[in-house]
Design a protein around this ligand. Structure first.
Ligand code: IPM
Ligand code: MG
Length: 371
Protein backbone atom coordinates (compact mmCIF):
# COMPACT_ATOMS: atom_id res chain seq x y z
CA UNK A 1 0.00 0.00 0.00
CA UNK A 2 1.16 3.50 -0.79
CA UNK A 3 0.62 6.02 1.99
CA UNK A 4 1.72 9.57 2.49
CA UNK A 5 2.15 10.30 6.18
CA UNK A 6 2.57 13.82 7.54
CA UNK A 7 4.81 13.75 10.60
CA UNK A 8 4.23 16.52 13.14
CA UNK A 9 6.66 15.88 16.01
CA UNK A 10 5.71 19.10 17.82
CA UNK A 11 7.18 20.04 21.20
CA UNK A 12 8.89 18.54 24.23
CA UNK A 13 9.29 14.77 23.97
CA UNK A 14 7.17 14.75 20.79
CA UNK A 15 10.17 14.57 18.41
CA UNK A 16 11.96 11.76 20.31
CA UNK A 17 8.95 9.47 20.54
CA UNK A 18 7.75 10.21 17.01
CA UNK A 19 11.18 9.30 15.67
CA UNK A 20 10.69 5.80 17.12
CA UNK A 21 7.24 5.33 15.60
CA UNK A 22 8.52 6.43 12.18
CA UNK A 23 11.28 3.85 12.59
CA UNK A 24 8.70 1.19 13.38
CA UNK A 25 6.52 2.17 10.42
CA UNK A 26 9.56 2.01 8.12
CA UNK A 27 10.32 -1.49 9.41
CA UNK A 28 6.71 -2.49 8.67
CA UNK A 29 6.88 -0.99 5.18
CA UNK A 30 10.08 -2.90 4.50
CA UNK A 31 8.80 -6.22 5.80
CA UNK A 32 5.38 -6.07 4.14
CA UNK A 33 6.48 -4.29 1.00
CA UNK A 34 4.53 -1.08 1.44
CA UNK A 35 5.45 2.33 0.17
CA UNK A 36 5.21 4.80 3.08
CA UNK A 37 6.37 8.34 2.41
CA UNK A 38 7.01 10.63 5.38
CA UNK A 39 7.11 14.41 5.39
CA UNK A 40 7.72 16.55 8.48
CA UNK A 41 6.20 19.88 9.49
CA UNK A 42 6.14 22.06 12.60
CA UNK A 43 3.23 22.54 14.99
CA UNK A 44 2.79 23.96 18.50
CA UNK A 45 5.32 26.06 20.43
CA UNK A 46 8.12 25.36 17.96
CA UNK A 47 5.88 26.62 15.16
CA UNK A 48 5.07 29.78 17.14
CA UNK A 49 8.81 30.37 17.61
CA UNK A 50 9.47 29.95 13.91
CA UNK A 51 6.41 31.50 12.31
CA UNK A 52 4.26 33.11 14.99
CA UNK A 53 1.49 30.61 14.27
CA UNK A 54 0.99 27.28 16.13
CA UNK A 55 -0.50 25.77 12.96
CA UNK A 56 1.28 27.36 9.97
CA UNK A 57 -0.41 27.28 6.59
CA UNK A 58 2.17 24.85 5.13
CA UNK A 59 1.64 22.40 7.97
CA UNK A 60 -2.11 22.39 7.50
CA UNK A 61 -1.78 21.98 3.73
CA UNK A 62 0.62 19.06 4.19
CA UNK A 63 -1.85 17.37 6.57
CA UNK A 64 -4.73 17.91 4.15
CA UNK A 65 -2.89 16.35 1.23
CA UNK A 66 -1.58 13.40 3.27
CA UNK A 67 -3.38 10.14 3.94
CA UNK A 68 -2.65 10.34 7.66
CA UNK A 69 -0.96 12.49 10.28
CA UNK A 70 1.44 11.14 12.88
CA UNK A 71 1.41 13.66 15.70
CA UNK A 72 3.85 13.95 18.63
CA UNK A 73 2.90 16.37 21.39
CA UNK A 74 2.45 20.09 21.89
CA UNK A 75 2.86 22.49 24.76
CA UNK A 76 5.60 24.45 26.44
CA UNK A 77 5.87 25.66 30.05
CA UNK A 78 6.46 29.22 28.91
CA UNK A 79 2.77 29.40 27.94
CA UNK A 80 1.27 27.45 30.83
CA UNK A 81 1.39 30.21 33.41
CA UNK A 82 0.35 32.97 31.06
CA UNK A 83 -3.43 32.88 30.80
CA UNK A 84 -3.29 36.11 28.81
CA UNK A 85 -1.06 34.77 26.03
CA UNK A 86 -2.96 35.41 22.82
CA UNK A 87 -1.27 32.63 20.90
CA UNK A 88 -0.91 29.23 22.55
CA UNK A 89 0.53 25.95 21.24
CA UNK A 90 -2.70 24.05 22.04
CA UNK A 91 -4.59 26.22 19.55
CA UNK A 92 -2.55 24.50 16.85
CA UNK A 93 -3.92 21.08 17.77
CA UNK A 94 -7.48 22.29 18.25
CA UNK A 95 -7.50 24.06 14.89
CA UNK A 96 -5.96 21.03 13.21
CA UNK A 97 -8.72 18.80 14.60
CA UNK A 98 -11.38 21.24 13.42
CA UNK A 99 -9.85 21.91 10.00
CA UNK A 100 -9.40 18.21 9.27
CA UNK A 101 -12.87 17.41 10.63
CA UNK A 102 -11.53 14.86 13.10
CA UNK A 103 -14.72 14.39 15.07
CA UNK A 104 -13.99 10.99 16.61
CA UNK A 105 -11.20 10.50 19.09
CA UNK A 106 -10.65 6.85 19.92
CA UNK A 107 -8.66 6.00 23.05
CA UNK A 108 -8.17 2.34 23.95
CA UNK A 109 -7.11 1.47 27.50
CA UNK A 110 -6.09 -1.91 28.77
CA UNK A 111 -4.33 -3.43 31.74
CA UNK A 112 -1.23 -5.39 30.72
CA UNK A 113 -0.80 -8.43 32.95
CA UNK A 114 2.89 -7.73 33.42
CA UNK A 115 2.23 -4.18 34.55
CA UNK A 116 -0.61 -4.60 37.04
CA UNK A 117 1.69 -3.61 39.90
CA UNK A 118 2.54 -0.32 38.19
CA UNK A 119 -0.95 1.07 38.47
CA UNK A 120 -1.92 2.99 41.61
CA UNK A 121 -5.13 0.93 41.48
CA UNK A 122 -5.28 -2.51 43.07
CA UNK A 123 -4.23 -5.28 40.66
CA UNK A 124 -7.38 -7.32 41.27
CA UNK A 125 -9.50 -4.33 40.29
CA UNK A 126 -7.80 -3.70 36.98
CA UNK A 127 -6.72 -7.19 35.82
CA UNK A 128 -8.61 -7.88 32.61
CA UNK A 129 -9.78 -4.29 32.10
CA UNK A 130 -10.00 -3.52 28.40
CA UNK A 131 -12.06 -0.58 27.22
CA UNK A 132 -12.16 2.07 24.56
CA UNK A 133 -13.33 5.65 24.85
CA UNK A 134 -15.04 7.29 21.89
CA UNK A 135 -14.67 11.00 22.58
CA UNK A 136 -16.38 13.59 20.37
CA UNK A 137 -13.58 15.92 19.32
CA UNK A 138 -14.77 18.91 17.32
CA UNK A 139 -17.75 20.22 19.27
CA UNK A 140 -18.97 21.08 22.74
CA UNK A 141 -17.47 23.59 25.11
CA UNK A 142 -14.08 23.43 23.39
CA UNK A 143 -15.42 25.05 20.26
CA UNK A 144 -18.43 27.10 21.41
CA UNK A 145 -18.43 30.90 21.60
CA UNK A 146 -15.96 32.27 24.12
CA UNK A 147 -15.92 35.71 25.63
CA UNK A 148 -14.71 37.81 28.50
CA UNK A 149 -16.63 40.90 29.53
CA UNK A 150 -15.02 44.29 29.05
CA UNK A 151 -14.37 44.72 32.74
CA UNK A 152 -12.64 41.34 32.73
CA UNK A 153 -14.82 40.07 35.57
CA UNK A 154 -16.97 37.57 33.69
CA UNK A 155 -16.02 34.87 31.22
CA UNK A 156 -18.23 32.57 29.17
CA UNK A 157 -17.68 29.32 27.24
CA UNK A 158 -20.72 28.04 25.40
CA UNK A 159 -21.37 24.30 25.01
CA UNK A 160 -23.37 23.42 21.89
CA UNK A 161 -24.13 20.13 20.13
CA UNK A 162 -26.45 19.28 17.30
CA UNK A 163 -28.00 15.94 16.39
CA UNK A 164 -25.77 15.23 13.41
CA UNK A 165 -22.60 15.83 15.43
CA UNK A 166 -23.84 13.31 17.99
CA UNK A 167 -25.05 10.78 15.44
CA UNK A 168 -21.84 10.55 13.42
CA UNK A 169 -19.66 9.61 16.38
CA UNK A 170 -22.38 7.48 17.99
CA UNK A 171 -22.51 5.32 14.84
CA UNK A 172 -18.77 4.70 15.09
CA UNK A 173 -19.05 3.81 18.77
CA UNK A 174 -21.96 1.42 18.11
CA UNK A 175 -19.98 -0.25 15.32
CA UNK A 176 -16.99 -0.64 17.63
CA UNK A 177 -19.24 -2.17 20.29
CA UNK A 178 -20.54 -4.67 17.73
CA UNK A 179 -16.96 -5.87 17.21
CA UNK A 180 -16.26 -6.03 20.93
CA UNK A 181 -18.42 -7.24 23.81
CA UNK A 182 -21.59 -5.55 22.52
CA UNK A 183 -21.92 -3.05 25.31
CA UNK A 184 -21.96 0.72 25.02
CA UNK A 185 -22.07 3.21 27.86
CA UNK A 186 -23.04 6.80 27.16
CA UNK A 187 -21.45 9.13 29.70
CA UNK A 188 -23.21 12.46 30.16
CA UNK A 189 -24.66 14.86 32.69
CA UNK A 190 -28.27 14.61 31.59
CA UNK A 191 -29.53 15.48 35.06
CA UNK A 192 -28.18 19.01 34.57
CA UNK A 193 -27.15 19.83 31.01
CA UNK A 194 -29.42 20.41 28.03
CA UNK A 195 -26.70 19.21 25.63
CA UNK A 196 -26.47 15.94 27.58
CA UNK A 197 -30.23 15.44 27.27
CA UNK A 198 -29.87 15.83 23.51
CA UNK A 199 -27.07 13.24 23.54
CA UNK A 200 -29.24 10.78 25.48
CA UNK A 201 -32.27 11.26 23.24
CA UNK A 202 -30.23 10.98 20.04
CA UNK A 203 -28.20 7.95 21.11
CA UNK A 204 -31.27 6.14 22.47
CA UNK A 205 -33.01 6.58 19.12
CA UNK A 206 -29.94 5.43 17.20
CA UNK A 207 -29.69 2.32 19.37
CA UNK A 208 -32.80 0.99 17.59
CA UNK A 209 -30.52 0.36 14.58
CA UNK A 210 -28.28 -1.83 16.74
CA UNK A 211 -30.70 -4.26 18.43
CA UNK A 212 -27.97 -6.68 19.54
CA UNK A 213 -26.22 -4.09 21.65
CA UNK A 214 -26.73 -3.23 25.27
CA UNK A 215 -26.83 0.53 25.83
CA UNK A 216 -26.54 2.03 29.27
CA UNK A 217 -26.06 5.51 30.67
CA UNK A 218 -23.90 6.94 33.39
CA UNK A 219 -23.58 10.47 34.74
CA UNK A 220 -20.03 11.67 34.34
CA UNK A 221 -19.38 12.14 38.06
CA UNK A 222 -20.44 8.56 38.73
CA UNK A 223 -18.47 7.34 35.68
CA UNK A 224 -15.33 8.98 37.08
CA UNK A 225 -15.80 7.02 40.30
CA UNK A 226 -16.68 3.75 38.55
CA UNK A 227 -13.56 4.04 36.42
CA UNK A 228 -11.37 3.51 39.46
CA UNK A 229 -13.69 1.23 41.45
CA UNK A 230 -14.53 -1.24 38.70
CA UNK A 231 -13.13 -0.42 35.25
CA UNK A 232 -13.90 -3.95 34.04
CA UNK A 233 -17.58 -3.05 33.76
CA UNK A 234 -16.78 -0.83 30.73
CA UNK A 235 -16.33 -1.85 27.14
CA UNK A 236 -17.08 1.04 24.77
CA UNK A 237 -17.65 4.45 26.34
CA UNK A 238 -19.19 7.20 24.23
CA UNK A 239 -19.00 10.75 25.45
CA UNK A 240 -18.71 14.42 24.54
CA UNK A 241 -15.50 16.37 24.14
CA UNK A 242 -14.73 17.69 27.62
CA UNK A 243 -15.93 14.62 29.55
CA UNK A 244 -13.85 12.43 27.22
CA UNK A 245 -10.76 14.54 27.81
CA UNK A 246 -11.03 14.14 31.57
CA UNK A 247 -12.13 10.49 31.67
CA UNK A 248 -9.41 9.34 29.28
CA UNK A 249 -6.66 10.82 31.46
CA UNK A 250 -8.24 9.15 34.46
CA UNK A 251 -8.53 5.81 32.64
CA UNK A 252 -4.87 5.99 31.69
CA UNK A 253 -3.84 4.98 35.22
CA UNK A 254 -5.26 1.51 34.51
CA UNK A 255 -2.50 0.83 32.01
CA UNK A 256 0.23 1.55 34.54
CA UNK A 257 1.77 4.41 32.58
CA UNK A 258 0.34 7.20 30.48
CA UNK A 259 3.33 6.47 28.25
CA UNK A 260 1.49 3.47 26.83
CA UNK A 261 -1.74 5.04 25.66
CA UNK A 262 -2.36 5.65 22.01
CA UNK A 263 -5.15 7.41 20.20
CA UNK A 264 -6.66 7.86 16.77
CA UNK A 265 -8.70 10.85 15.68
CA UNK A 266 -10.72 10.22 12.59
CA UNK A 267 -13.02 12.15 10.30
CA UNK A 268 -14.54 11.51 6.91
CA UNK A 269 -11.38 12.24 4.96
CA UNK A 270 -8.48 12.56 7.34
CA UNK A 271 -7.05 10.74 10.31
CA UNK A 272 -4.50 11.68 12.92
CA UNK A 273 -2.66 9.42 15.33
CA UNK A 274 -1.11 10.66 18.56
CA UNK A 275 -0.06 9.44 21.99
CA UNK A 276 -2.39 10.75 24.66
CA UNK A 277 0.48 11.97 26.85
CA UNK A 278 1.57 15.57 26.53
CA UNK A 279 4.90 17.19 25.76
CA UNK A 280 6.46 16.30 29.18
CA UNK A 281 8.93 19.22 29.06
CA UNK A 282 10.96 18.03 32.07
CA UNK A 283 11.97 14.91 30.14
CA UNK A 284 12.80 16.58 26.85
CA UNK A 285 16.06 15.42 25.31
CA UNK A 286 16.88 13.05 28.17
CA UNK A 287 16.04 9.87 26.28
CA UNK A 288 13.69 8.71 29.05
CA UNK A 289 10.34 9.23 27.35
CA UNK A 290 8.34 6.10 26.64
CA UNK A 291 7.93 5.73 22.86
CA UNK A 292 5.28 3.00 23.16
CA UNK A 293 2.24 5.33 23.13
CA UNK A 294 3.46 6.82 19.87
CA UNK A 295 4.29 3.38 18.47
CA UNK A 296 0.86 2.02 19.40
CA UNK A 297 -0.64 5.10 17.74
CA UNK A 298 1.25 4.04 14.62
CA UNK A 299 -0.38 0.60 15.04
CA UNK A 300 -3.77 2.34 15.09
CA UNK A 301 -2.74 4.07 11.86
CA UNK A 302 -2.07 0.67 10.29
CA UNK A 303 -5.44 -0.63 11.49
CA UNK A 304 -7.14 2.44 10.06
CA UNK A 305 -5.93 1.42 6.58
CA UNK A 306 -6.97 -2.20 7.20
CA UNK A 307 -3.36 -3.29 7.57
CA UNK A 308 -4.44 -5.48 10.47
CA UNK A 309 -1.67 -8.08 10.25
CA UNK A 310 0.89 -5.28 10.29
CA UNK A 311 -0.78 -3.65 13.29
CA UNK A 312 -0.76 -7.00 15.11
CA UNK A 313 2.95 -7.41 14.47
CA UNK A 314 3.58 -4.02 16.09
CA UNK A 315 1.39 -4.80 19.10
CA UNK A 316 2.97 -8.20 19.55
CA UNK A 317 6.44 -6.63 19.55
CA UNK A 318 5.27 -4.14 22.18
CA UNK A 319 3.85 -6.93 24.35
CA UNK A 320 7.13 -8.80 24.07
CA UNK A 321 9.11 -5.75 25.07
CA UNK A 322 6.91 -5.36 28.13
CA UNK A 323 7.20 -9.05 29.01
CA UNK A 324 11.00 -8.79 28.71
CA UNK A 325 11.03 -5.53 30.66
CA UNK A 326 12.70 -3.73 27.78
CA UNK A 327 11.01 -0.55 28.87
CA UNK A 328 11.79 3.05 29.69
CA UNK A 329 12.08 4.11 33.31
CA UNK A 330 8.40 4.96 33.82
CA UNK A 331 7.93 1.17 33.79
CA UNK A 332 11.33 -0.33 34.41
CA UNK A 333 12.62 1.50 37.47
CA UNK A 334 15.83 -0.48 37.83
CA UNK A 335 17.25 -0.63 34.40
CA UNK A 336 16.67 2.28 32.12
CA UNK A 337 16.36 1.46 28.51
CA UNK A 338 16.39 4.70 26.60
CA UNK A 339 13.66 5.87 24.24
CA UNK A 340 15.95 4.98 21.36
CA UNK A 341 16.83 1.50 22.70
CA UNK A 342 13.19 0.57 23.15
CA UNK A 343 12.55 1.78 19.58
CA UNK A 344 15.55 -0.22 18.33
CA UNK A 345 14.29 -3.37 20.02
CA UNK A 346 10.81 -3.00 18.53
CA UNK A 347 12.23 -2.23 15.10
CA UNK A 348 14.41 -5.33 15.37
CA UNK A 349 11.50 -7.55 16.39
CA UNK A 350 9.40 -6.26 13.52
CA UNK A 351 12.17 -6.72 10.97
CA UNK A 352 12.86 -10.11 12.53
CA UNK A 353 16.51 -9.25 12.91
CA UNK A 354 16.09 -9.32 16.68
CA UNK A 355 15.81 -13.00 17.49
CA UNK A 356 14.25 -12.75 20.87
CA UNK A 357 11.88 -15.50 21.83
CA UNK A 358 9.96 -15.08 25.01
CA UNK A 359 11.05 -17.87 27.30
CA UNK A 360 12.07 -18.09 30.91
CA UNK A 361 15.71 -17.67 30.16
CA UNK A 362 15.22 -14.44 28.27
CA UNK A 363 12.83 -13.14 30.87
CA UNK A 364 15.54 -13.62 33.47
CA UNK A 365 18.35 -12.12 31.51
CA UNK A 366 16.25 -9.69 29.54
CA UNK A 367 17.45 -6.65 31.44
CA UNK A 368 21.09 -7.15 30.63
CA UNK A 369 21.08 -8.09 27.02
CA UNK A 370 19.97 -5.45 24.62
CA UNK A 371 21.81 -2.32 25.62
C1 IPM B 1 -5.88 15.92 24.74
C2 IPM B 1 -5.26 17.19 25.26
C3 IPM B 1 -5.82 18.37 24.48
C4 IPM B 1 -7.30 18.42 24.73
C5 IPM B 1 -5.14 19.70 24.78
C6 IPM B 1 -3.65 19.64 24.54
C7 IPM B 1 -5.75 20.84 24.01
O1 IPM B 1 -5.48 17.31 26.63
O2 IPM B 1 -5.70 15.62 23.55
O3 IPM B 1 -6.53 15.22 25.50
O4 IPM B 1 -7.76 18.99 25.74
O5 IPM B 1 -8.04 17.88 23.92
MG1 MG C 1 -6.41 15.61 27.51
Amino acid sequence: MKLKIAVLPGDGIGPEVTKQSVKVLKAIAERFDHDFEFEEAVVGAIAIDRTGDPLPYDTLELCKESDAVLFGAIGHPKYDNHPNAKTRPEQGLLRLRKELGLFANIRPVKAYNNLLEHSPLRPERIAGADLVIYRELTGGIYFGDKSTSEDGLTATDVCTYNVSEIERIAHLAFKAAEQRSKKLTLVDKANVLETSRLWRKTVTKLAEDYPDLELDFLFVDNAAMQMVINPKQFDVILTENMFGDILSDEASVIGGSIGLLASASTGLENALFEPIHGSFPQATGKGIANPVASILSAAMLLDHFNLTTEAKVVRKAVEESIALNICTQDINKNNHYSTEKVGDFLEGRISETENYQINDRNLNIGQMTII
